[in-house]
Write a protein that binds this ligand. Structure first.
Ligand code: NAD
Ligand code: IPM
Ligand code: MN
Length: 364
């Protein structure tokens, strides 16, 4: 196959700024490797609420379903924060994940030697960190029944139900074990089995699936302890697998091991090769429109797309190589700069990656 359709959903805040740089990278790869990319734009989040009246228009879902892969920026912002649940930008993101069956969220946190100083933790703690958080993405407390009501004695109350079915746990555990097989063969399953019934089911299923992978070491950690271990001794981790909300929290924490949330890429995968690729960070309303956001998490997400959905391993390696080369040359956006007065902007960072990519692809 040499023609691919990519749905691009820039979203809100810094979303359009960072996605623009990643699209340039994808187009450049296409031009140099002789493949054809058809880019189809769609609306999601706040921009869709403003334009279409809903955070996830049907048209956007259809565009994504007709594509080979999806690239997403970020959604959300203060403008929509007081909206009711069904009219929140984040609801659009949850909707697209559910409707596309994207149950496996893969979030690698690798400390590149050149970014050790950007981390808020001690160099000896973070240098050499290379872990992946595998987060269940379409179940748990995010998708259980939600309810707001008033009790008989007049108190306001709210419910978020956390539900997991064994097949949902099984399939995400398999993703983690398969991934671990290609890495250091160690899986830490994270839960709260000392308190939560859904976690006790999780642990039971993890044990059962783990028995099918005798070559992979399985251990269990309680989520509070895991949060502590992540900053105490992050190098102990290879693959962390966990439920939706724990994975959300632990992956932001893992991001800081690598220097900045502006660096962390992610893939949200369905069965087969289809996937949605997005940075782990959000729409960063505090810096939106200033041209200073770090586009590297989104560019690295595009690299994951090239590898996992398009099967273009060499191109993916070249993009990642270009990113590391630019960082090694000392170029920094504000979030990873030691000296912010030398920081470069979003577009400049994109240009430097393209120039480096040109060299990487020419060397092939
Ligand atoms: P955030 O990740 O947007 O920002 C947290 C901090 O990190 C901010 O100081 C921001 O400036 C900084 N930051 C984030 N990305 C950066 C980048 N690429 N370059 C430089 N700095 C960066 O988290 P938040 O402030 O808690 O959330 C803001 C909005 O984003 C909320 O509406 C939230 O719901 C939404 N959100 C969306 C996604 C998503 O679309 N996947 C993820 C997380 C949060
Ligand atoms: C993420 C975000 C989302 C999540 C929000 C915006 C719905 O924080 O992708 O990590 O909680 O999954
Ligand atoms: Mn998050």
């Amino acid at each position: 196959k040499s023609t691919y359709t990519i749905a691009v959903l820039p979203g809100d805040g810094i979303g359009p700024e960072i996605v623009a740089e990643a699209v340039k990278v994808l187009n450049f790869v296409a031009e140099r490797t002789g493949i054809t990319l058809e880019i189809k734009y769609g609306r999601i989040g706040g921009i869709a609420i403003d334009t279409d009246g809903v955070p996830l228009p049907e048209e956007t879902v259809a565009t994504c379903k007709a594509a080979d892969a999806v690239l997403l920026g970020a959604v959300g912002g203060p403008k929509w924060d007081q909206n009711p649940g069904h009219l929140r930008p984040e609801t659009g993101l949850l909707g697209i994940r559910k409707q596309l069956g994207l149950f496996a969220n893969v979030r690698p946190a690798t400390m590149h030697p050149t970014l050790v100083a950007a981390s808020s933790l001690k160099p000896e703690v973070v240098s050499g960190v290379d872990l992946v958080v595998v987060r269940e993405l379409t179940g748990g407390i995010y998708f259980g029944e939600k309810k707001r009501y008033t009790t008989e004695d007049g108190r306001e109350a709210a419910v978020d139900q956390c539900i997991y079915h064994e097949d949902e746990i099984e399939r995400i555990l398999r993703v983690a074990f398969e991934l671990a097989r290609k890495r250091q063969k160690r899986v830490v399953s994270v839960d709260k089995a000392n308190v939560l019934e859904s976690s006790r089911l999780w642990r039971k299923v993890a044990e059962r699936i783990g028995a099918e992978y005798p070559d992979v070491e399985l251990s269990h950690q309680l989520v509070d302890s895991c949060a502590m271990q992540l900053v105490r001794a992050p190098k102990q981790f290879d693959v962390i697998v966990t439920e939706n909300m724990f994975g959300d929290i632990l992956s932001d924490q893992a991001a800081m091991l690598t220097g900045s949330i502006g660096m962390l890429a992610s893939a949200s995968l369905a069965d087969g090769s289809f996937g949605l690729y997005e940075p782990v960070h959000g729409s960063a309303p505090d810096i939106a429109g200033q041209g200073i956001a770090n586009p590297l998490a989104t560019i690295l997400s595009a690299a994951m797309m090239l590898r996992l959905s398009l099967g273009l391993d060499e191109a993916a390696n070249a993009v990642e190589g270009a990113v590391w080369a630019v960082l090694e040359a000392g170029h920094r956006t504000g979030d990873i700069a030691e000296d912010r007065s030398n920081a470069i902007g979003t577009i400049k960072m994109g240009e430097l990656v393209l120039a480096e990519l040109e060299k990487q692809l020419a060397a092939k």
